[in-house]
Design a protein around this ligand. Structure first.
Ligand SMILES: [Zn+2]
Length: 452
């Protein structure tokens, strides 16, 4: 589709008032002033951005989209109890159809909130999975089938099948990652094989679109001790040091959380050019700590932002995430100069693209992929407007997002999804939740509760 979006404030490498962006097929081909570009591309379909900011779509680099079905289910618990006693036992009863439905809900929520790319780690089943949902909704996504110590062999086999079936589908919009869960739940043999298979998959299928490894690490302060106890490994230098010394991290690895790091851990993340995803809202909610969005970028480490799953957040709101991480840094370090809003916005956009293995995503720049959002500035909390980046981080609300474009396609316009009955989906979600808990009641009554 050929498009011209004109008349808004374009947030590109510079701020263009009354700017325009031209899209051909799935890429941005020109960025400049409205007057100039309107006459040059007069036959193109037009989106009027008057009164709006035109922004790169936000990129959520860590979530478990299907867990939207468990939003609000388990509250006020520490991470280990939350996982072992609540989340994993319930997940054992999810049907493939539930996974697809939860991911669909998450995709619509994300687009309404201005997020055009999701990086999700979950269980993949041929009969129902997140990729089917994302293909249908039109959001950009990287998805991996997560596996644990007991399931790594099946997990890596399944990953290969998912790569063959989905990686690069729809002009590179849908991509597949390799997802060992975390060092405390997935042992060294599993990680060794993960690296071996990921390298092989990269050579075979990752030339055009990179295949990344996406894993949790350094989320809780007990993680080193738990990992050491579970797998009899030396984690004294830090969890990242343990992973790095054994060759488990690389420039194509994305570490979700990266909170509890030793100095050596930080040096090794830098040395291996490993990317990180900070998830401050989930971290605060689970009481595990706060990631350091000052020290890591200072070391040159690529920091991106994520929400984590909707079960521990409880939304997929990247505007909120930007504000929370910024406020945390200012408050914790007693320094309001930390972190400039332009940097925070970059973590949520361009750095997200880099973290997911793209070199052409997350900015409004000629040659880049056409993933953009229009944000309403004709609202009281946008007036007066001094600095657009401060507005985006502190004042903008995800509900200000009007329109979303992914891979050159308008997937949401004026907060409406063409040909989609969202009400029906919301009803289906409530029904799926009720049925899930009926199944759980039935199985515990008959004593057939599966172990997660
Ligand atoms: Zn997570």
């Amino acid at each position: 589709m050929n498009l011209i979006i004109d008349g808004g404030i374009v947030v590109s490498d510079k701020i263009i008032k009354d700017g325009a962006v031209v899209v051909e097929d799935n890429r941005i081909v020109a960025v400049g002033s409205s007057t100039e570009l309107k006459s040059r591309y007069s036959g193109y379909e037009r989106i009027d951005a008057e009164g709006c900011a035109v922004l790169p779509g936000l990129i959520n680099t860590h979530t478990h989209a299907a867990m939207s079905l468990l939003r609000g289910y388990a509250e006020g618990l520490p991470l280990s109890k939350w996982l072992n006693e609540k989340i994993w036992p319930v997940e054992a009863h999810l049907k493939p159809r539930d996974i697809q439905l939860g991911a669909e809900l998450a995709a619509y929520e994300s687009l309404l909130f201005g997020c055009t790319t999701l990086n999700s780690m979950y269980f993949y089943y041929d009969e129902g999975n997140e990729l089917q949902a994302f293909e249908k909704v039109g959001i950009r996504a990287t998805v991996g089938h997560t596996f644990f110590e007991k399931t790594w062999e099946e997990g890596l086999k399944m990953t290969e099948q998912v790569v063959v079936k989905w990686h690069g589908k729809d002009n590179g919009r849908l991509r597949v990652s390799v997802c060992p869960h975390a060092p405390y739940s997935t042992g060294p043999t599993a990680y060794e094989n993960t690296i071996r298979i990921a390298n092989w998959l990269s050579v075979m299928y990752g030339r055009q679109y990179k295949i990344i490894i996406h894993t949790h690490a350094a989320e809780s302060k007990d993680e080193c001790a738990e990992t050491s106890k579970a797998f009899n490994v030396d984690t004294k230098e830090g969890i990242i040091s343990y992973m790095a010394r054994r060759g488990f991290i690389s420039p194509d690895t994305l570490i979700a959380h990266a909170i509890h790091l030793t100095d050596t851990d930080v040096e090794l993340l830098k040395k291996y050019e490993t990317k990180v995803s900070f998830n401050p809202v989930s971290n605060l909610k689970l009481g595990v700590g706060v990631p350091n969005a000052v020290a890591l970028p200072e070391q040159g480490i690529t920091v991106s932002l994520g929400t984590d799953g909707p079960a521990s957040n409880n939304t997929l709101d990247m505007f909120e995430t930007m504000k929370v991480i910024s406020l945390l840094m200012k408050g914790l370090f007693f320094d309001p100069t930390l972190v400039p809003s332009i940097n925070i916005f970059k973590y949520a956009t361009e750095n997200g693209g880099i973290a997911l293995g793209y070199n052409d995503l997350g900015a409004i720049r000629p040659g880049y992929l056409a993933d953009m959002i229009l944000l309403d500035l004709k609202v009281p909390h946008a007036k007066p407007l001094y600095n657009i980046y401060d507005h985006l981080v502190f004042s903008a609300r995800s509900s200000d997002v009007k329109t979303a474009i992914v891979n050159g396609r308008i997937v949401m316009e004026n907060r409406q999804f063409p040909n989609v009955k969202l009400d029906r989906l919301l009803e289906e979600v409530e029904k799926a939740k009720e049925e899930l808990f009926l199944r759980i009641e039935d199985s515990s009554a008959s004593g057939k509760g599966k172990e997660a």
